[in-house]
Design a protein around this ligand. Sequence first.
Ligand code: PLP
Length: 408
Amino acid sequence: MDIKQNIQQIRNDFPLLSQTVYGKPLVYMDNGATTQKPKVVIDAINDLHASKNASIHRGVHFLSEQMTEMYENARRRVQQFINAEHSQEIIFTSGTTGSINTIAFSFGEQFVKAGDEIIVSGIEHHSNIVPWQMLCERKNAKLRVIPFSDSGELLMDEYKKLLSSKTKLVAVNHVSNALGTINPIKEIIDLAHEVDAYVLIDGAQGIQHGNVDVQQLDCDFYVFSGHKIYGPTGIGVMYGKEKLLYQMPPYQGGGDMVECVSFEKTIYNQLPFKFEAGTSNYIGAIGMTTAIDYIESLGIADIAKYENELLQYATKRLSEIDGLRIYGTAANKISILSFLVGNIHPYDMGMILDKMGIAVRTGTHCAMPLMDKYEIEGTIRASLVFYNTIEEVDRLAEGILKAKSMLE
Ligand code: PLP
């Protein structure tokens, strides 16, 4: 779909966007943190609660069987969305963080031993740093970090030097949430495989911006969150290659992840249920696939094209502002603008923009090591998606100029 031509109709799909904040029309540019939900998703979730709710897998009654079928259809829909080979490779979790912690524990238990190395990059979200630090502490393994350039691009030659027979896993993001950099993940994966290391891709910011094909990428794990792709919160996906998931022990014990329990011995359930202990967020999973249907109906490539137009325009507009510095200028990036203006504290700028109805994020964006490298406390981040407009970018630029004149 031509997004630009249909922008008003698309914006009408998102009820939240039409409100005013402090008497000003809302400009929502905090999409990196969470995206707004189209009415189809809100309606689907309402309908599930209103007329279809029943706990899955354990019931013989109509509603339970119906919901079980819808939940398993959601799994197959995600399988198709990322082109996984088998539906049992799709595990529903609470989100990206839940998925990474599951893998760090479960993969870590089975595959990581003292002296092994885990590689992350310098532009990771804390969610893709801390679980690996915890694993390294438990196992006496070592965390290595891929450095990055001033423009926010990973130094691939340095990455190659870090890889060795000790490397057990490489965990990098598809797209940096703080800078917008799109990482060369195919190359990262292939290089890791040359030394027999496994690869996890944190797709929290990547899944919605490009057609992800896990078989073509050949990644061992790919994880993402529902709420960043216009779906509900509290639901996410952990994709893992079947042969690895088979070998990995469960992360949590409880109902649904077992086949047979006695005090002498418990037999775990098969995939994917082995990793889905307790009552799953089945309504979230189905709601997330409604969101996937929605973005696919717009066209992922068309979304990317329009968002890139927004990025080019916003980069130009913001660069014209005296004293404004953009962090993250990679050649290949998504529509995220992280910036500082003169000596103005990001929090002050964010507060004033808020009073103009403009929602941006300020701070470290859960990427403190990245801020350390730039020797800054944080940035102001405007993350634009397909429901943002050129006029909104103009309002952002005007807002920054006004705030600047007030604060300097
Ligand atoms: N990884 C990246 C790159 C992110 O941007 C985020 C959230 O901002 C996360 C991980 C964590 O996602 P969640 O909080 O949905 O688990």
